[in-house]
Design a protein around this ligand. Structure first.
Ligand code: F6R
Length: 261
């Protein structure tokens, strides 16, 4: 894992966007894995900016989102489908037929999940997966004790995650209990994983993921087995890491050919 500690969320998002942009320049028909939530919002804004300045092009890009709430129509304002269109897809030139999100209304969820896995495979696999992390160490919606070999499937959210996500729902509306999520095993097959995390609420999860034992109690810790994971954190999210100085030193002394900027 490459751990990059920067001062602010804005710097982290700027660097994250640069890494995604480099991927698209190198391979314009890249397959991107995308996350929702508050973490990638500034990253998506940066990418929209680069697209507007004609520095990147999404016309050949394919996307697969990590997860979706079961029971919400794609058009529901709190669905991840709506989130993606509002915050990203409406502002870039990605072709709609290359956009994939799990369908929260799929009548046969198990079959839908199998097809989702098949579509990722048919697209050639995910080149770069954008990730956030839950305060409980989840990636996608693989909550603690998820199998580290899991594939796309239905999961039940923890109380904490439902609480954390409640601000995205109307006051009189319940956060769904169930979600469809790519599995940890699905995520681990992405060629590059790019995780961003900000704020003290993520500090313990980041420490457990990077420096703790690999354990299904912290699904993100499975990324320790991934050959190319980049983690960009602000100072507060990095605050519980015991080897902070070492990670800074490694990043500051990267050979020029390996640098992102
Ligand atoms: C969302 C997702 C989740 C979030 C995580 C952090 O698609 O897969 O794992 O990345 O819950 O959420 P935020 O960014 O809102 O703190």
């Amino acid at each position: 894992m490459e751990i990059i500690i920067v001062d602010t969320e804005a710097q982290a998002s700027h660097l994250g966007a640069k890494i995604v942009a480099q991927q698209l320049m190198k391979k314009p028909d890249s397959v991107l894995g995308l996350a929702t939530g508050s973490t990638p919002l500034a990253l998506y804004n940066q990418l929209i900016g680069l697209y507007t300045q004609k520095q990147i092009d999404f016309s050949r890009t394919t996307s697969f989102n990590l997860d979706e709430y079961v029971g919400l129509a794609p058009s529901h304002p709190s669905s991840y489908n709506s989130y993606m269109w509002k915050n990203f897809f409406n502002h870039i030139n990605i072709r709609p037929h290359r956009i994939h999100l799990p369908d929260g209304l799929a009548p046969d969820i198990a079959e839908h999940c199998r097809q989702y896995e098949g579509a990722i495979k048919a697209a050639g696999g995910i080149d770069l997966q954008v990730l956030g992390i839950g305060a409980d160490g989840h990636i996608g919606f693989n909550e603690p004790t998820s199998s580290l070999a899991s594939r796309t499937r239905i999961k039940t959210l923890t109380l904490q995650t439902r609480h954390d996500n409640a601000p995205n729902f109307d006051l009189n509306e319940q956060v769904p209990h169930h979600v469809i999520t790519m599995g940890v095993g699905t995520i681990l097959e992405s060629r590059i994983c790019l995780m961003l995390a900000f704020g003290t609420s993520k500090a313990q999860a980041i420490r457990d993921m990077v420096e703790g034992p690999i354990s299904s109690s912290v699904p993100a810790s499975a990324l320790q087995m991934h050959p190319h994971t980049i983690v960009i954190v602000d100072e507060t999210a990095a605050s519980a890491l015991s080897r902070r100085d070492y990670y800074r030193w490694v990043y500051d002394n990267k050979p020029k050919w390996q640098q992102y900027e």
